[in-house]
Design a protein. Sequence first.
Length: 141
Amino acid sequence: MINFINDSVALPELDYKKVGNWIRAVAAGYGFDTGEINYIFCSDERILEVNRQFLGHDYYTDVITFDYSTSSRIAGDIYISLETVGSNAEQIGEAFENELFRIIIHGVLHLTGQADKTPETKAQMTAKEEKALTLINNMNK
């Protein structure tokens, strides 16, 4: 079950059925079923609070992923700051929805085991995000 939850912000306007199908398709492409995945859309202040409380980090971020996956099924809580997604989209000249899709799938890729801490793994993550974005864009056709 994939849930989309608002915490201190309004839910973004998305076709949630399509997004859920996309998430399941991407996970399947990496050999995983989907268990319970909760997307919690929140403000910058809320994600900062989560970052401080659970990770001991004192900075803003666009996404925090808590992984509850098993060997064959991904599951987790994925916090997304809509404010940071918006400012990032503006900075790179990207549409808000496209940047939001990137961050949504970024969390899923973490759940499948993809890291992004080194330049090499970050480049791999970006390539996998691009591949997933192509998939959702083709779902629109």
